[in-house]
Design a protein around this ligand. Sequence first.
Ligand SMILES: Nc1ncnc2c1ncn2[C@@H]1O[C@H](COP(=O)(O)OP(=O)(O)O)[C@@H](O)[C@H]1O
Ligand SMILES: [Mg+2]
Length: 267
Amino acid sequence: MPNQPPSPPLVQIRDITKRYTEAGNERLVLDHVDLSFYAGEFVVLLGPSGSGKSTLLNLISGVDEADSGSIFINETEVTALNERDRTLFRRQSIGIVFQSFNLIPTLTVLENVSLPYELQPNTNRSTAIQEAQQFLARVGLGDRGGSYPDRLSGGQQQRVAIARALVHQPLLILADEPTGNLDHNTSDEILNLLLETTRAAGKTLLMATHSMEVIPLADRIFRIDNAKLIEDTERLKQGAVLRAEIEARMADENRKTPEAISPLEQP
Ligand SMILES: Nc1ncnc2c1ncn2[C@@H]1O[C@H](COP(=O)(O)OP(=O)(O)O)[C@@H](O)[C@H]1O
Ligand SMILES: [Mg+2]
């Protein structure tokens, strides 16, 4: 885990620059950005709306292309691949959770989840369906496989999307404001589920978010500020203090509870 990072990093971003030109105006979104993190880490990407978080995730997943610089994932230089190979790499190695869930409305929940598995080389449909069913159960929706996405609540749709992102055992999970469309309670549930399931599978999670609840849980925190990427070690330290307080309080409550109950339960 994060204390003893294996080398090399799972994701290495070297000197990435990205501009968009719109109506003749050029906008510098990422300015000579470097970033690396290791397998098993939970990495949080902060930054106000429009700061370039989705752009960075799209470059990592190979949906979009940088103007300069390179990106390596598990030692594959994704920035050197052509579009077709980038797509193949993405299908095999990356799971993505979007703010707006992005389920395919004409497929059932089970078919949505099995699709990434079916797209792997040398797989058959019945194994894919079995795997998908297991992952659906893991996100608490084992009995909803036959439903269509529009029958599900937002929180349930995001659960389906989490199962879909994990089913093909990708190296890396990218989550782009995964709780941005959910109410507060559902958002907490989804964050916990996403963290639990990715950690249980030993996966690496990079999450762009506005949600400060994740801060105490993060292994690394980065922030985009005026097209520059900055590692926010100060916030990480504050988060660690908060996490220690929460854990101490929980341990305290666990110690107290049996004593508080036992006199009442004594015959
Ligand atoms: N395809 C595009 N064409 C032109 N401008 C874009 C495009 N995608 C994003 N941008 C611009 O790049 C900036 C960063 O956008 P984005 O990465 O979506 O930010 P965030 O995810 O942090 O809200 C914004 O100013 C946005 O308008
Ligand atoms: Mg975005």
